[in-house]
Design a protein around this ligand. Structure first.
Ligand code: NAD
Length: 356
């Protein structure tokens, strides 16, 4: 029996309800596979501030670092918006990511055929989209020094070292090797020196992956191509600020924010979370969509635990549940045979997983 320790951080708003459903599905998927998941819960975000006066208690950092993977819901809400910056839930999460040293953010975007109409983009443009954004997360202009805001001017600095570029490029090429073997590296090398180093370094890493086809694209063109013809992309490799914008753009291709998972890896322990926030407007009503968190749990199995077979089972079950017309309220207008509550959706996915 293989046994893994999972740090569970449910967070605020809809966090607890969606994480509970992901755990339900994980347990169903591991049953009969000789895999045991041991969950340990930790506080982070507004709920941690309320309980301890700190949005990121040391106990959470220590527990997470000792675990094999972290399953995360979402944090934040209006209640904590007026706190000093360093006490706000969002700053706890930023600090958490940097404590873990997770430098690679992975965001897949797939389009389910049954939900083609849910996107604002034409179905014929979307059909078959299956792309994977690899974004550098701990460097670039968000962290570069010097930075300062003065009375009449302000500045930030975009900095990347060769090593920072190399390690994120390796993640992208390794990801491509498990997919369609294409990497499109996105930069602004026509204007920025940092992008020129980015391009040269990515070319060097590519020499180790002769099977992978590498192309380069300027970020402004990529933003356009993502809505013009998103099917052309397999793996998109990019830096922090470009990736921030492009991955949000790519996420809208799928039509619902409630469907998309993410992983932050490369550091001590991987962090797996839906791309959406804590949705305080619908918290506690039983209408949130747990699928993004369920898919994040599948990513956790694949990228942190190496349990690809179980991950595949979960992803297939989600596709089958959507094919059969089960929808949460956010997708009720798109081919629903039955509109389910959050818990019902989790139970149905768990039932489907058990049958695979
Ligand atoms: P949000 O993603 O929480 O919500 C945006 C909209 O999408 C809302 O209408 C919400 O109801 C809907 N939505 C989100 N997830 C859904 C789901 N699973 N099912 C159905 N509908 C869903 O973004 P926001 O409203 O801008 O932010 C709310 C709070 O979340 C803020 O405090 C923000 O700081 C925080 N936040 C946290 C994270 C995180 O924890 N990683 C990320 C983004 C925002």
């Amino acid at each position: 029996m293989k046994s893994y320790n999972i740090a569970v951080i449910k967070g605020d708003g809809i966090g607890p309800e969606i994480v509970d459903e992901a755990i339900k599905v994980l347990d169903a998927a591991c049953k009969g596979e000789d895999i045991e998941l041991n969950y340990e819960e930790y506080l982070m975000g507004g709920c941690a501030y309320d309980a301890t006066g700190n949005p990121l208690p040391q106990e959470t950092i220590d527990g997470a670092k000792k675990s094999d993977a972290i399953l995360f819901g979402a944090i934040g809400g209006e209640k904590w918006d007026t706190l000093d910056r360093h006490l706000r839930p969002e700053s706890g999460l930023l600090r958490f990511r940097s404590e873990l040293g997770v430098f690679a953010n992975l965001r897949p975007t797939n389009v389910f055929d049954e939900l083609l109409d849910a996107s604002t983009i034409k179905p014929e443009v979307l059909k078959g989209v299956d792309l994977f954004v690899v974004r550098e997360l701990t460097g670039g202009i968000y962290f570069g020094q010097p930075r300062e805001k003065l009375e009449d001017m302000a500045y930030n600095t975009m900095v990347y070292t060769k090593e920072e570029i190399r390690r994120i490029a390796v993640v992208a090429f390794e990801s491509a090797m498990k997919r369609r073997k294409e990497v499109c590296s996105v930069d602004k090398a026509n204007v920025l020196e940092v992008s020129q180093l980015w391009r040269e370094t990515v070319e060097e890493v590519a020499l180790d992956y002769p099977e992978v086809k590498l192309s380069h694209m300027y970020v402004d063109n990529c933003a356009m191509q993502l809505v013009r013809n998103p099917r052309q992309f397999d793996v998109i490799l990019t830096g922090n600020i470009f990736g921030d914008i492009l991955s949000d753009e790519a996420s809208m291709i799928s039509g619902s924010i409630g469907l998309l998972p993410s992983a932050s890896v490369g550091g001590l322990v991987g962090l797996f979370e839906p791309i959406h926030g804590s949705a305080p407007d619908i918290a506690g009503q039983g209408i949130s969509n747990p699928i993004a968190t369920v898919m994040s749990a599948a990513m956790m199995l694949r990228f942190a635990l190496g349990e690809d077979k179980v991950a595949n089972k979960i992803e297939k079950a989600v596709a089958n549940v959507l094919r059969d017309g089960y929808r949460t309220k956010d997708l009720a207008e798109y081919g629903a045979k039955e509109v389910c509550s959050t818990t019902k959706m989790g139970s149905i996915i768990a039932d489907y997983v058990a049958k695979i």
